[in-house]
Design a protein around this ligand. Sequence first.
Ligand SMILES: N[C@@H](CCC(=O)N[C@@H](CS)C(=O)NCC(=O)O)C(=O)O
Length: 581
Amino acid sequence: MTASLQGRSRQALVPLVLQLALVLHITQTSHAFLSRPPHHPNHHPRRQQQHAPASATTTSLALFKGVRDFIARRRQKKGKSPDTPPEEENMTKYERFRQVTPIPPVGERRRYPLGVGSSSLPGMEDLWGEAWPTTACGDAMERRDALNEGTGPPDAEALVRRFGQVNATIQTVFYKDAASWCPYCASVWTMLEEKQMPYTMKRINLLSYGEKPEWLYDISGTGLMPVLEVGGRMLRESVDICKFIDWWRGNDVSPAGQNTRRLWPNKGDDLYEEAEALLGLERDLFRDWFIYLFEGPEERGHKEFWAVLLQVEAALAKHKDGPWFLPGEEPSLVDIVFAPKVERMVASCLYWKGMTLRGHAELPALAKWLDALDRRPSYAAFKADFFTLVNSLEPLFGRAYSVGTPEVQEIQRKVDGFHYTSWRLPVSTEESTREYLPPDTQPSESYARQSAAVRIILNNKRLPRYMARAVRTPGPEYRSPLADPQNAIDEWVLPEVEAAYRYLVLALLRGKEVVAPLVAADKAAADRAYGGTAEEARAARGRMVACLNYLKFRVGVPRDMTLAEARQVRGALTWLVEALK
Ligand SMILES: N[C@@H](CCC(=O)N[C@@H](CS)C(=O)NCC(=O)O)C(=O)O
């Protein structure tokens, strides 16, 4: 009796607490909103002070979190997953990624007016005007110039890299996978950057992600990537390509051939045998990881994988003068070949086996090596995040075996953004430390949010159409559950998607705390003006939500943006989805 009374009074408390939190938000944020400086679309001071992000009070944030945790605990008590919506409870994660929401037949369509005539939802031009004076936008413009010129630091979006050869014809073409999933391509990429070998890049789908052009089979023989074309000659096999790049650039006597540091010893050199043995160790490690992850249930292969890991640890600890596999202050070809494989091991062992490799007490040299890599721009710029990595591995290598414990299932929901605490703003300490990046190499949250906004604005011609794939006829399925390039879209849905897209940009530019009351007011106004039933209005918002979720699960790092930016976009999308539901 007492328990049920307590339950009831707690239930009554929930709306009260929510209202209180909302009032606190509004008083806080309306002040911040009104005090924003006016923007000057025609004026672009490159290094102007960023707008101070309007932050919610700690109190209201804590209240929201308290309510969220309370609801989650209640669901858990009832034997339900605390973070899976009831309609998705029986779905696999891949089915959840692949959901396609239908739209009404032509005769029964009624336009839902969210954002239409709203003074709070700026048009694209105004959003651009608002982004323009920010430091992040100034930097993005400089970056865009550098991308066009083939200059600047390593950048995952660069299609041409000149390294000082300004007017020369570039002889080298790097054919790599478009989604930046392939670890072999990643090694070649880093090698080209380390050796500053000018190149142009052609990005091609992996079979798991879409169709591949026939000509790729002509140049690669097997259809595998990477392929490097140098002066018309095709080179295959990542390690051979890396060795070639090192040799080619090492012997470059042209004025632009400044980078002659050798990353691979010559045959007969002191370190040659050791370097060759280390490449053998990399193959052993990869094989045993593969068996552990993809060939046997649960613990099969664990012992063997762990034994090779300890050999890797010993190899790294051997040369005391630096963190690398070979002596010296800079990485060698060995590090470059190991790095993307170990990156995938760190993510996948945590995700499927609950095993922490980075930071493990018995693997200190490995941790030091990973820290050193994270500070190397030729690696850091192409590094992926856990979500991208784990969701690219199964399409490439087949089904992975999970130990399946509740703890591991929880980690999986967290990495995939399904957990009720994941992909929220501000980024939680758990999230920012799970995927560790040296804090001094990372931008502030508000900067990352604004630079993400700029990326999304610059992509405004394509992105709404891309998001609209979530609400129409599904096309053929590829092995990657995230790939459906041939979903047919229906133009009718575009105004709804564009409105959702603009709310996202707004939330990134101003912060969700500022935008929350605007969205709530617009939503209420749209419901009043709609004219259809409440059920139809919900369905219409459901279409917007589907398109936002579609985007949320398809932000790839480094293909689309940096991890710092992706965290902001995913967090803003989680919030917006909840606000629109
Ligand atoms: N041994 C090759 C392996 C290359 C490889 O397996 N590449 C895979 C991607 S990780 C590929 O191109 N697969 C073709 C496809 O999936 O379409 C190398 O080192 O370059």
